[in-house]
Design a protein around this ligand. Structure first.
Ligand SMILES: Nc1ncnc2c1ncn2[C@@H]1O[C@H](COP(=O)(O)OP(=O)(O)O)[C@@H](O)[C@H]1O
Ligand SMILES: [Mg+2]
Length: 211
């Protein structure tokens, strides 16, 4: 495939969505419709329905492996409907979260095991790995503070109700992924002001795309 698959990773509150939007605006001037911006669950009806099951606060009985399988199922559909067709038509795909998120959140956060979640996702993705992953790194406390500050108190889903230890495990898992995949994953210090994070991200992307 001739396109490029680039993922944005990191904990909630790291600034992925904010930065991705600003970066996409600037890249759009260079790439035009060669670039597509997407995020899981990806806006297709099947993945959205799966996502609603995961986030429904009434689903208190949900087993952690059920949750991991549902994320992988939603991911699969997004891959088939959006990512693969784009890559096949030479697009640059910028995607907010992918398999690394499941390894960090379900594997480490929910303690299923990183390797098991990675293996299960291999089935879902058929092995499609990003060409480049940008990991937005912030200390757990910074990420949590940013989320709390900007959200109404009653606007929290089931996933937000987790404890500090959970977030610490997620953070450690991301760090480990970055260390173990230095050729794929670039770490960006996301505690910097937004403009700096955006500039650093743009620099890395332009370099990767030879632009
Ligand atoms: N570098 C930054 N410095 C300060 N605040 C930030 C920064 N990046 C993002 N934010 C703020 O933090 C909150 C979470 O950002 P968001 O982009 O939604 O993160 P994510 O998508 O990684 O969960 C938003 O309110 C955003 O305005
Ligand atoms: Mg986001």
């Amino acid at each position: 495939m001739a396109g490029k698959f680039i993922t944005f990773e990191g904990p909630d509150g790291a600034g992925k969505t904010t930065v991705l939007k600003l970066v996409a605006e600037q890249l759009n001037e260079i790439l035009g419709d060669q670039m597509i911006l997407t995020r899981e669950p990806g806006g297709n009806p099947i993945s959205e329905q799966i996502r609603n099951i995961i986030l429904d606060r009434k689903n208190t009985e949900m087993d952690v492996r059920t949750e991991a399988l549902l994320y992988a199922a939603a991911r699969r559909q997004h891959l088939v409907e959006t990512i693969l067709p784009a890559l096949q038509s030479d697009k640059i795909v910028l995607c907010d979260r992918y398999v690394d998120s499941s390894i960090a959140y379900q594997g480490a956060g929910r303690e299923i095991g990183e390797q098991e979640v990675a293996d299960m996702n291999l089935f879902a993705t058929g092995g499609l790995t990003p060409d480049l992953t940008l990991y937005f790194e912030v200390p757990v406390t910074v990420g949590l503070a940013r989320i709390k500050q900007h959200r109404a108190a009653d606007d929290v889903d089931r996933l937000d109700l987790e404890k500090q230890a959970f977030h610490d495990r997620v953070h450690s898992a991301y760090e480990k992924l970055a260390q173990e995949n230095p050729e794929r994953i670039r770490t960006i210090d996301a505690t910097q002001p937004v403009e700096k994070v955006v500039n650093e991200t743009l620099m890395i992307l332009k370099q990767a795309l030879n632009k």
